[in-house]
Design a protein around this ligand. Structure first.
Ligand code: IMP
Ligand code: MG
Length: 182
């Protein structure tokens, strides 16, 4: 196990306090589907401001190619608004660099990133992460929205993936992942 449920929720509360303090004049939270949904759900409930919430879905042309496209755009007009992108993990940074570029063209008055996890060892494109929950090393992490082949998003903690076991069968029984609630 990497980050327990208690630690996760402590980190989320800290980020919510930072956002609430910074954006008293209004905020549009743009969450990147699907991985950020658990993080977003806990984050918004811990805010003491009332944000607008919107969603964006992207799709990669090829795994690791860094080439992504928007498959579901936000509904909100973000021109002149304060916008924070909510992501579960920043790895190479290629995905968010693309998304930031797309949103920046629409003229928000500010545009920042709030990520639960920062896997900085793998960064290819430098990105300024204004709000960061936890740093993780160069390993596959699962749970709390993070998936392997679509599975394990539902775990209420962030776990280090048993990549060798999962590579052969993404649904393989890995005891540490199915240990259940503590
Ligand atoms: P980036 O474009 O390399 O920064 O990739 C970010 C995306 O890769 C995230 O939104 C995740 O979907 C995925 N990702 C990166 N590392 C992990 C991981 O350790 N577990 C699960 N998904 C990951
Ligand atoms: Mg993924």
């Amino acid at each position: 196990m990497l980050i327990t449920k208690e630690d996760l929720h402590g980190g989320v509360r800290r980020l919510a306090a930072e956002l609430s303090e910074t954006y008293q004049d209004g905020l549009v939270l743009v969450a990147v589907l699907k991985g950020s949904i658990l993080f977003l759900a806990d984050l918004v409930r811990a805010l003491t401001i009332v944000p607008e919430v919107d969603f964006l879905a992207i799709s990669s042309y090829a795994e690791g190619s860094g080439r992504v496209r928007i498959v579901k755009d936000i509904d909100a007009d973000i021109t002149g608004r304060h916008v924070v992108l909510v992501e579960n993990i920043v790895d190479t940074g290629l995905t968010l660099t693309y998304v930031l570029g797309e949103l920046a063209r629409r003229g928000p008055s500010s545009l920042e990133i709030c990520t639960l996890l920062d896997k900085s060892a793998r960064r290819i494109v430098p990105l300024s992460l204004r709000f960061t929950g936890f740093s993780v090393g160069d390993e596959l992490v699962l749970g709390y929205g993070l998936d392997y082949a679509g599975y394990y998003r539902n775990l209420d903690l962030v776990a280090v993936g048993e990549i060798d076991a999962l590579r052969g069968d993404p649904r393989a029984y890995v005891e540490g992942l199915y240990a259940g609630p503590s």
